[in-house]
Design a protein around this ligand. Structure first.
Ligand SMILES: Cc1ncc(COP(=O)(O)O)c(C=O)c1O
Length: 402
C-alpha cells in the first residue's frame, strides 16, 4: 500500500469488506472521471493510462456516451431476446462492416462470454468428434470454466480441476507446435494478436499468416480473441488487420460499451449458420441499453478515427518512453504498449506512479502496461512520460526475475 493511499485512509472503507476476496485490497477508491482523468473520494486527481484495462477507449464520462445512456434509460432498458429491439441489428451491421463484412454477430455481456460463444460455435460447426480448441501458452481468454481452460496459464487452472475437456495448449509463436497440435478432433485454433494479460506480447505477421493458412488447409476455424485489442486500440479497427489475415471468428468486448458491459462474437456467415434457435442464449446479451451505448460508442469512434489516433499517439508515446533511462524496450501496437524496465521492479514503479497520481498496470514483474484513452492528448501523454521518468528515478535498481 502506498504512503499516499494510507494517508487517504482507503483501508477504512474496506474493513469488513462485503465483497468476495477475489481481488487484492484496492489502494484507492475512485469516484469520478472525465476524459483521461479520474478523481478519488478525497478529490485527488489521477491521469488514467490503463482505462479500466482497455475499456474506456473514449475516456471517462464522454458526454455523448452519457447522453446515450440517459436517453435509452428513459426509453427502454430491457425486454429480452424474445422480441426485436432497435439497436442490436445496426450495431451488428457496424461490427460486421469494420471486420470486412460477410458475418453475423451474437451479443454477450463480457469478453469471457463472447469467447464462450466462440467455443460453443466451434463445437457445433465441427460436429461430434471435432471439439478440441488449440490455444497458446501465455494467452488469456476469460475466467468461466471453459474460457479458463482455453487460457494458456496452467497456474490459474490448478485450483479448479477438473476443467471442461477439449483444450490443448501450444507454445506461443511456435509454428511447428501449432502444426503438430492440430489433429482429427481439432475444431478451432484460438489466438490473440497481442497477448495482453500475458505481458503485451505481439504475434508476428509470419505466425498469424501461418496460422491462417494452416487452419484453412486443415479445415479448422481460426478464431481471434480481440477482446482487449479490438476497436482501434492497436492502430487498426481490429489488430489482426495489421497482419492482413481474415479470421473465421472474432470476439470483442471491452471497448465496445466504453464501460457499459457488452461483448460480441462475430463469425463468417457460413460458420454462424451452424447455430440454430435454442443453441445459445443469454438474457441480457444485446439488450437495448447496452446496444444503444455501443451504437453511440462506435459512431464516436468512427467520427474520431480512433485507429489513426491510436497509431499516431502510440508511435509518439512509444518513442518518448524508449528515450527514458531504465526502459530497455517498448512493445505492442498503437496504444496497447508495454515498457520493459531495465532492472526495476514494475510493481514498485507502478506504486511510485500511483503516488504521483498516474495509473498504470505492472503487467509482468518487469513491464508496465499502458492502455490510455484513444482520445488522450499529446500534452497528457507528455505528462505521462515525465511521470514515468520520475517514478523510475525514485525506484531502486534491483535484479528482478522477469
Ligand atoms: C484477450 C482477452 N480475452 C478475454 C478476456 C475476458 O474478458 P472479461 O473479463 O470481460 O470476461 C480478457 C480480459 O482481460 C482479455 O484480455
Amino acid at each position: 500500500m502506498s504512503a499516499h493511499s494510507k494517508a487517504m485512509g482507503a483501508p477504512a472503507v474496506l474493513d469488513h469488506c462485503p465483497l468476495m476476496p477475489t481481488y487484492g485490497a484496492p489502494a484507492i477508491q475512485l469516484v469520478r472521471g472525465e476524459g483521461s482523468w479520474l478523481w478519488d473520494r478525497d478529490d485527488r486527481r489521477y491521469l488514467d493510462l490503463i482505462s479500466g484495462l482497455a475499456v474506456t477507449s473514449l475516456g471517462h464520462a464522454h458526454p455523448e456516451v452519457a447522453d446515450a445512456i440517459a436517453a435509452q434509460a428513459r426509453r427502454l432498458l430491457h425486454v429480452s431476446n424474445l422480441f426485436g429491439t432497435e439497436h442490436n441489428g445496426p450495431v451488428a451491421v457496424t461490427i460486421d462492416r469494420l471486420l470486412g463484412g460477410g458475418g453475423q454477430v451474437f451479443f454477450a455481456n463480457s469478453g469471457a462470454e463472447a469467447n464462450e460463444c466462440a467455443l460453443k460455435l466451434a463445437r457445433k460447426f465441427g460436429g461430434h468428434g471435432r471439439h478440441v480448441v488449440v490455444s497458446a501458452y501465455g494467452s488469456f481468454h476469460g475466467r468461466t470454466l471453459a474460457t479458463l481452460h482455453a487460457t494458456g496459464q496452467p497456474a490459474k487452472h490448478e485450483a479448479f480441476q477438473p476443467l471442461p475437456e477439449g483444450f490443448h495448449h501450444v507454445a506461443w509463436q511456435d509454428t511447428d507446435a501449432l502444426a503438430s497440435a492440430i489433429g482429427p478432433s481439432t475444431a478451432a485454433v484460438l489466438l490473440e494478436v497481442v497477448q495482453g494479460e500475458g505481458g503485451v506480447q505481439p504475434a508476428t505477421t509470419e505466425y498469424l499468416q501461418f496460422a491462417r493458412q494452416l487452419c484453412t488447409e486443415r479445415n479448422v476455424l481460426l478464431m481471434i480473441d480481440e477482446v482487449q485489442t479490438g476497436l482501434g486500440r492497436c492502430g487498426a479497427w481490429f489488430a489482426h488487420q495489421l497482419h492482413d489475415i481474415r479470421p473465421d471468428v472474432v470476439t470483442l468486448a471491452k471497448a465496445l460499451g466504453n464501460g457499459m458491459p457488452i461483448g460480441a462474437c462475430w463469425a463468417r456467415r457460413e460458420v454462424a449458420a451452424a447455430f440454430e434457435p435454442g443453441d445459445h442464449a443469454t438474457t441480457f446479451g444485446g439488450q437495448p441499453l447496452a446496444t444503444a451505448v455501443a451504437a453511440a460508442v462506435l459512431a464516436i469512434m468512427e467520427r474520431e478515427d480512433v485507429p489513426a489516433r491510436a497509431q499516431r499517439a502510440g508511435r509518439r508515446f512509444s518513442d518518448a518512453l524508449l528515450e527514458l533511462d531504465g526502459v530497455s524496450t517498448v512493445r505492442g501496437h498503437g496504444l496497447l504498449l508495454a515498457a520493459e524496465l531495465d532492472g526495476y521492479d514494475a510493481k514498485a514503479v507502478a506504486a511510485a506512479l500511483l503516488d504521483a497520481g498516474v495509473l498504470v498496470n505492472a503487467v509482468t514483474p518487469t513491464a508496465l502496461r499502458f492502455a490510455p484513452s484513444l482520445l488522450i492528448t499529446d500534452d497528457e501523454l507528455d505528462l505521462a512520460v515525465v511521470a514515468v521518468r520520475d517514478a523510475i528515478a525514485l525506484t531502486p535498481n534491483v535484479e528482478v526475475a522477469s
